[in-house]
Write a protein that binds this ligand. Structure first.
Ligand code: SF4
Length: 292
């Protein structure tokens, strides 16, 4: 951050959210620069590998709102923060407040490597830890802490007045203390208490987990994540290994085959019952194009 300005690489829309729990939702995108990961199959490597450096604009919240207004022209009520990893930006809460002040809901996707207090203000929050094929390693203690904190988010004064007191059944309960921190421990994880059917915490943040699956090792990783945080809505998505493929027909053919494979795997998996398998919808529609 520079003062109250954020490094923005793209603002685009309206379009549809192509992934995860709000798939199909009409939304605008704000893509921030910078990521603390370097996934082998990243489809937005230009946010962190230096190739998009010249395109970074340092923008204050009011400038971002101006651009959203110009592009969206009153046709939207939902904004998605994407990256890179927007969770690297400590001061993003100011932008989120500005978006809310306009009456827009705000979604975020992050890999769950960093906590920010402004997570509590997000309406639709997707944690997308990266599987082995990415080449990245999950810090389970950090992810446990993030899921645990999201469950503990207190009901804001404003929301409390509007909706009335949050009953026990409408809030994530305080998680049990974490014991140890290895991926193999599938019980008593920070996220395992206070199940909530729609994944909403007391403030109304809708929280979900999403894992991209390329192969059997990734599927085993997805299973670990799901069992570790059983109360959190869980999404699986086949990965796109051809992020440079320009022939949309060839790309779609491959993606359909991968989706079919993943659906088949999940159907016969007894440890993955309450899960959803989704395609990456925007690649079906627009291939590997940017800004759609
Ligand atoms: S976390 Fe996301 S943006 Fe960062 S390298 Fe991985 S896929 Fe790319």
């Amino acid at each position: 951050m520079k003062g109250d300005r954020f490094p923005v690489l793209e603002i685009f829309g309206p379009t549809i959210q192509g992934e995860g729990m709000v798939i199909g939702r009409k939304t605008m995108f704000i893509r921030t620069a910078g990521c603390d990961y370097s996934c082998s199959w990243c489809d937005s490597a230009f946010t962190w590998d230096g190739s998009g450096k010249e395109d970074i604009r340092w923008m204050a919240p009011e400038k971002i709102l101006e651009e959203l207004d110009r592009l969206g022209a009153g046709t939207f009520d939902h904004v998605t923060l994407s990256g890179g990893n927007p969770a690297l930006l400590g001061g993003l809460g100011k932008l989120i407040d500005s978006l809310h002040a306009r009456g827009w809901s705000v979604a975020l996707e992050t890999q769950g490597s960093r906590w920010q207090d402004w997570f509590a203000a997000i309406d639709d929050l997707t944690l997308s830890p990266k599987p082995p094929s990415s080449g990245m390693e999950t810090d389970w203690r950090v992810l446990d802490a993030i899921v645990g904190k999201l469950r503990e988010v207190p009901l804001s004064e404003e929301r409390h007045r509007k909706d009335g007191p949050a009953g026990e059944e409408h809030s994530f309960r305080k998680p049990a203390a974490r014991q140890g921190g290895t991926a193999g421990e599938n019980t008593v994880a920070a996220g395992s208490r206070g199940r909530l059917p729609d994944g909403r915490n007391a403030r109304g943040t809708s929280v979900s987990l999403k894992v991209v699956v390329m192969d059997d090792a990734d599927l085993a990783y997805a299973r670990t994540v799901h069992l570790r945080y059983p109360g959190v809505p869980f999404f699986l998505q086949p990965g796109n290994p051809d992020v440079a493929e320009e022939d949309q027909g060839r790309l779609l053919h491959g993606l359909l085959g991968r989706y079919e494979w993943l659906v088949g795997c999940v159907m016969e998996d007894r440890s993955m019952r309450n899960v959803r398998v989704l395609p990456q919808l925007h690649t079906w529609l627009w291939g590997n194009r940017r800004g759609v």
